[in-house]
Design a protein around this ligand. Sequence first.
Ligand SMILES: NC(=O)c1ccc[n+]([C@@H]2O[C@H](COP(=O)([O-])OP(=O)(O)OC[C@H]3O[C@@H](n4cnc5c(N)ncnc54)[C@H](O)[C@@H]3O)[C@@H](O)[C@H]2O)c1
Length: 363
Amino acid sequence: MTHHVQRNIRYNFEFDRKLRACFIGAGGHSYRNVYPALRYAPVDLVGVCDLDQSRADKFAKLFGASRGWSDHRRMLAEEKPDLVFIVTAYTPNGHVQATGLALEALAAGAHVWMEKPTAATLAEIEELQAASAKAGRLVMTGLKKSFFPTIEKLKDLIGSPDFGKLTSIAVRYPQSLPAPAERGELVRMQSFLDHIYHPAAILNFLGGPIERASYDWEPTTGATFTNFRFKSGAIGSLHCAAGQSGSSLLERVEIVGEGSNAIVENGSKLTWYRRAELPAYGRAASFIQSDDKAALVYEPEHSLGQLYNNNLFYLGYVPEILHLTDAILDGAPLTKGTLEVAHEIMKLFDFYRTAEAGVTVAL
Ligand SMILES: NC(=O)c1ccc[n+]([C@@H]2O[C@H](COP(=O)([O-])OP(=O)(O)OC[C@H]3O[C@@H](n4cnc5c(N)ncnc54)[C@H](O)[C@@H]3O)[C@@H](O)[C@H]2O)c1
């Protein structure tokens, strides 16, 4: 299966077949990144709901829905959508508002596209899995990192003859883990839950399920360094670099194969070091390799008003929606952002909540 596919994008009004869609949540992230992505998806946005009716009305007008609502139950009952987008926040006790809303959307017969986090506990993911199976409707979480063109390209390198299998992986991402005594409280863990989905989505997409893990924790910043062994036999690390500068690039991913490695920096720059010998040690006068062994570098140009250099695309926001609409309309396989992947991510969240630093734990 090829993960990185160069596809030509259609504009919303060019699709022959469209899904009737409702949207729950008219907040900041959805305004910036999700409603605008619908301009490139086969959806007919009919209803927008927010607890704040005036925001729902304004979003509806701006993004072309016929009506704003403040009660999602009434909207689901009256609009009868095929697909519901849910981009909401947290309950006062630290649970995820979208989890219960997704259950209601499924019960109303709709497919669900939701933002991460899918839920706050493993049991809630299992409840969603059961409800999705019972309703015969799909639930997808927007795990955007697994839709970055650069990360998809890394996935395609893994297992290719020119790269070999994945032997090790290192992911760096800034995130603080609270002190051990606070980890039992979901409210204290909200930021960690909110963000662990991002690096965990990359680790799962590229490395597959984790077999065991151990971490160390730094109390000044809450930074962690975690070692993993994947079920595939590959090994890896997650460096949650809390304490870094706000002016710094956020993330870095490196995969190592068999004689070859590749690095994604800043989400959008990929360098693939193809198989090459080290130039003669102590003798080689030049570092230039022959062209067939030279590193390949991919980075978007930022001159043309293209789709690929727009963050709706290189951060995966449009592709993650098309992944679900392709599955609903064309029966294409749903492989990313599935509840099974969310289940794996929740296991990792539970590991950080409950495991003691320095102790290796089976996941
Ligand atoms: N993938 C990403 O890049 C990314 C980035 C930022 C945020 N997010 C995720 O997006 C989500 C929302 O973030 P945000 O910053 O937009 O939050 P926000 O608080 O600005 O917006 C949430 C909105 O949901 C509404 N809402 C809550 N319950 C509702 C209900 N029952 N019916 C109708 N409306 C309801 C609220 O009124 C609010 O307007 C979070 O899950 C966050 O993790 C993802």
